[in-house]
Design a protein around this ligand. Structure first.
Ligand code: HSE
Length: 437
């Protein structure tokens, strides 16, 4: 039996584009067998070649829009990134009846609702496995593997660059800027690396995961986002003394009060698997009512790990084209008319334990005035470290772990403490997650 050919067009030959080309070429035989079709690269659209891949005699156009207009191309693979040209390209491809595979989390998080509707109008689909957590098949896990569950919550390390920076700072005492430069050289970081270190990239990914988990439309503007730039080596050290590691987490939880969507540095008990995910690795912990906790781990960035996810989507689509579309899974797991309009819980009402660090005068009565303020707000202190003052210094660092408190209540207590004459500067605060699924 001769296999049908499915023709794809790749737009963008950067880190992920070249990785995708190489994986498709190297594993062509297995890919075609799994797709039940010969996957052929009909056209590559790229402004310039990339020495990381040898295109051989594959046709190339310097105008990426030619790929969206080429009548041969059935699947357009968008690996340009960003929400400008990439959005126009995807819209044109969908309007021309082409399926789309993309690794672009910003595009899906910010414009996915409109793009999925456009795809549906044109009877084509958008696949975006590579948009979240690089090579980890977390989209397929949520959309298909866990489809029988009510997902209660998920928490993940979903930015490889940020995790790489935190791991190198902790393990080797390396400087923030120096590690970031290395992450850029390794092709992990976004074109604008502030997206990585300020949490925007993780927020893009979190909103995609939450929409799939809870069956709701994408709401990027509702994600609370805090980066890792204000973390100090002291916080990393004190957290360890208390038995925790600091990780940059994306957390989504649903309860009767609403949905929590938040990205921020977090103290995690050191025995948890997530606390031991290091370097560019990502991991997502998902708690389903039927299955309990499940953990997905792997490379969160890089050429071939991300290409692994892109190619998996190409295989899915090629199979659908060759054997029929009857088994198509909806873009966000739920049929478009069944997506739920769930309320987002304001951050002021989000309840977590807290790590606090402050500088206080080392004299009698200071500690009791601080603990009295917590007591007035009904906040209980679980652990406390007081360091000896440095030579000639009258102030000491005070580090506390509190029990669960709503952010609004903690804001008030901290503002009162910061106003004390005996406390200097701001109180540093990091949320704690027990993650005991
Ligand atoms: N900049 C992203 C990261 C790339 O570091 O995780 C993968 O999305």
């Amino acid at each position: 039996m001769t296999s049908q050919a499915v023709k794809i067009g790749i737009c963008g030959l950067g880190t992920v584009g070249s990785g995708t080309f190489n994986v498709l070429s190297r594993n062509a035989e297995a890919i075609s067998a799994r797709a039940q079709a010969n996957v052929e690269i009909a056209l590559v659209g790229a402004r310039r070649d990339n020495p990381a891949c040898d295109l051989g005699d594959t046709p190339v156009s310097r105008d990426i829009f030619e790929v969206a207009r080429d009548p041969q191309v059935q699947v357009l693979v968008e690996l340009i990134g960003g929400t400008g040209v990439a959005r126009e390209l995807v819209e044109e491809a969908l309007a021309n009846g082409k399926h789309v595979v993309t690794a672009n989390k910003a595009l899906i998080a910010e414009f996915g609702n409109e793009l999925f509707a456009l795809a549906q109008q044109n009877n084509v689909v958008i696949r975006y496995e590579a948009a979240v957590a690089g090579g980890i098949p977390i989209i397929k896990a949520l959309r298909e593997g866990l489809a029988g569950n009510r997902i209660e919550w998920l928490a993940g390390i979903i930015n490889g660059t940020g995790n790489f920076i935190l791991s190198e700072m902790r393990d080797k005492g390396r400087d923030f800027a120096d590690v970031l430069a290395e992450a850029q050289a390794l092709g992990y970081a976004e074109a604008d690396p502030t997206f990585d270190v300020e949490g925007v990239d993780a927020a893009h990914k979190l909103v995609i995961l939450a929409s799939l988990a809870f069956g709701m439309p994408l709401q990027f503007s509702s994600v609370y986002t805090e980066g890792i730039t204000r973390l100090t080596p002291d916080d990393v050290e004190y957290a360890e003394e208390l038995g925790y590691r600091i990780k940059h987490l994306g957390v989504a939880k649903q309860s009767d009060r609403g949905v929590e969507l938040r990205v921020h540095p977090t103290l995690i008990p050191e025995a948890r698997l997530l606390a031991n995910v290091n370097g560019v690795k990502n991991a997502v912990l998902v708690e389903g009512d039927a299955v309990g906790p499940t953990l997905y781990y792997g490379a969160g960035a890089g050429a071939e790990p991300t290409a692994s996810a892109v190619v998996a989507d190409i295989v899915d689509l090629a199979r659908e084209i060759s054997v029929g579309q009857n088994c198509r899974v909806p873009a966000l797991g739920f049929a478009a008319d069944k997506l739920r309009d769930l309320p987002i819980l304001p951050m002021q009402e989000v309840v977590t334990p807290w790590y606090l660090r402050m500088e206080a005068e080392d004299r009698p009565g200071v500690l009791s005035s601080i603990t009295a303020i917590f007591s007035e707000h009904g906040i209980s202190i679980e652990a406390l470290i007081q360091k000896a003052p440095a030579a000639g210094e009258t102030r000491v660092p005070l580090i506390m772990l509190t029990n669960a408190a709503a952010q609004g209540n903690m804001d008030e207590a901290v503002a009162t403490i910061e106003a004390l004459d005996s406390v200097s500067g701001e109180v540093a605060r990091i949320r704690v997650e027990a993650l005991d699924g």
